[in-house]
Design a protein around this ligand. Sequence first.
Ligand code: G4P
Length: 527
Amino acid sequence: MTLQEEIARRRTFAIISHPDAGKTTLTEKLLLFGGAIHVAGAVKSNKIRKSATSDFMEIERQRGISVATSVMGFEYRDVKINILDTPGHEDFAEDTYRTLTAVDSVIIVIDGAKGVETQTRKLMNVCRMRKTPVMVFINKLDRPCKDPFDLLDEVERELQIKVRPLAFPISSGTTFKGVYNLYEHNLSLFTSDERQTADASTVEIDDIASSELDGYVGERYAAQLRSDVELVDGVYDAFDREAYLRGEVAPIFFGSAVNNFGVRELLECFIRIAPSPRPSVTETRAVEPAEPKMTGFIFKIHANMDPNHRDRIAFMKICSGQFERNKNYLHVRSGKQLKFSAPTAFMAEKKSVIDFAFPGDIVGLHDTGTFKIGDTFTEGEKLKFTGIPSFSPELFRYIENADPMKFKQLSKGIDQLMDEGVAQLFTSNLNGRKIIGTVGALQFEVIQYRLEHEYGAMCRWEPISIYKACWIESDNAEQLADFKRRKHTNMAVDKHGRDVFLADTSYALALAQENFKDIRFRFTAEF
Ligand code: G4P
């Protein structure tokens, strides 16, 4: 197969949702279709159980298990599908944001009874920023759901994207009859007797005008479907694939993941319309997947919690060319040539050493602490991929050394954990103290535990009252200098030496924005 053909047959995507909407279930059903697993329940996904939220060790243990399922590759109809798993727990949202930088499209799962929830909204913001094509699967139709038109409006309004239903449900809950596929013009009937457990069997009919439909779903629901479909065709423009690829319109599907209903339709449509690997942006130029030379970047580093295997796995997304085992590549940041003797690929729950990988693939690299998120590999060109964001953290604490004998260990530990992207480090201009900022409260516990167990260092947290950290920049050097002078006590630098304003309150931030019009206050920064 040529490089071009390998690229064309790849689909690299992530499934995102608010916890409990059905992401894990859908992932598993997709893997079943791909023959990657054979029994339900085989996927130990990145899902973090609700009961474990107060017990971060349990969460880390589950995250450890999930290394193997961080990427799930499988083949379906000659298409190579790579699903990138994302942690459901919102304290690990930043992991998810970074994973989104490595995908070419996204499937969003929404609970049909609950509609759009907070986490979905946040994740969609990241997709919108990157213009990632998204598809929506409205799940749990076997339960009483909101009205489908209301759901469509809600998705459009809350996720700020135009929608185009490609399927339409007939009722929901105990009277759920099935889904009409507007893309292929046929009907799948939900005829399972044991709705919660058994796979639904499907019946196909081609024409909803025919009285055959009444026979299957009853006159009332047949009439309802006909009028709904008419309304859909009247209200929504015809599906425009180009608009979907530009991230402007989201095709919508309905179904019930746990009943395996509507999943095949989603997958069939997905492989047909979802994008193959797209060009990647670097500081200097765009890199086309079909370029012959290999390029790739690290978007995620996963530490192993097992004390007997303290190594880390760095996940590299291949952006162009063909990756080869044992070939020298330039690690652009250090300027060193590195080669990998045991790069791994992930096929469902199995991890295996590979000889080659192609654009869109994710390769696991053994890391002993050398790599950072955002690191680029090439065949010699000094490229740096952009667009891997770090988000303004929301929780802050001073970190103090609790064991004076272990100063070095502490510094090294903090350094490496920050490189992994566990949290962000700021150094206060006021007193030179180190401040850790995170998106979730759990990270403080994680950091403390890992510093102790992996680096033999002890830390102590002290409170600091900060509302938000934002990166500041300006073309008006005078105003910037003036701002930094006046706000000296609220200024800090991040670990790349960039200026950060630590606003005490939302009022202080608003006031600063008002008074210093030439300064851009950024809530995301790029690595
Ligand atoms: P998540 O990864 O998005 O957090 O969600 P997950 O797939 O784990 O699903 C959350 C719960 O919703 C699970 O039930 C799952 O069985 C259920 N579920 C998923 N799809 C459907 C559906 O189409 N219909 C209905 N009725 N339920 C669905 P649970 O009781 O929390 O877990 P489990 O014990 O069943 O695994």
